[in-house]
Design a protein around this ligand. Sequence first.
Ligand code: F6R
Length: 364
Amino acid sequence: EKAGYKHFMLKEIYEQPRAIIDTIRGKYSLEEGEIYFGEVDYETIKDIEKITIVACGTSWHAGLVGKFYIENFAKIPVEVDIASEFRYRNPIATNKTLLIPISQSGETADTIAALRMSKKMGAKVVSICNVVGSTIARESDGVIYTHAGPEIGVASTKAFTTQLASLFLFALFLGQKKGVLEKSEIKSILNDLIQLPEKIEEVLKHDKQIEDIAKEFVRYKNFLYLGRHYNYPIALEGALKLKEISYIHAEGYPAGEMKHGPIALIDKEMPVFVLGTKSRVYDKILANVEEVKARDGIVISTVTKGDKDIISKSDYSFILPVTLEELTPFLNSIIIQLFAYHASNLLGLDVDQPRNLAKSVTVE
Ligand code: F6R
């Protein structure tokens, strides 16, 4: 059932182009420049003033990207909370709040608790979930299903990128309904979205290069992952993936925070993984790379095809296809997933069943 792959995680990484196609299928018309979400009764959420996203772990990272999508495309304020934090503070929700729980399994105890609390306060609930009939799906007013298919590897991969795809389209949907986006804008964005699966296929071709680079780096004990804006959550995700399956300590940081602390750690024993794809913050990231190099740090970066500056200053780079800035998190995700996968595999660890971890955390 691993379809010839050595591990479920690797199979699931390779399934991402298909999983994204299945997740977005039927939700848009390129000709009309329209987005459809039949599973969400827009009338019941049209007056919302705030969106709160709650989730744990990797799903929380998807939520962080979702905030940028929704605020950018629909101009609705979004807060993103870790479900285990949300449930023990005094969160504010009203009948003008839309709660979006994000959960692969639909059974994460803290996320369920956050959902129930918000419902009691009158919030509408539209969840993003991968398991049909799960607790979160059953208790929500509407469910946007990610069509990742069963995810067996404990480390979440295809569930994550399908969550991103759902959030991306849902943000466009809200932007369309609220009149923030013109049809022509939606058409143009959709044009980029439908090319994404092919671009992911292209990124998957880096597999061997990633393995070779991982070989040089598995002896290191600490890593720093840096990203900014749309790719700040991907830096967090890169560090989480490396920690959970290779047991190498890694920290993810929004790159602008480097000078507020983590820069003190940089030396030749702590490689820095920089998500340096083209974006509005490219120059800022380039400056971070220069700061790392000035301190004898080692830089592994992702860059966009045609890049000149970050690539020339990095020790190793992965060249990614050109895409919409909003879609770069998908391409960067593939690289950090494969890097963590190869590190774990090269260290001879149990990639699919890392120690101390469970696939779904159904108790606090
Ligand atoms: C990391 C991972 C976990 C889950 C988290 C939430 O690779 O898989 O961090 O993302 O436990 O699980 P779900 O999405 O099922 O609520």
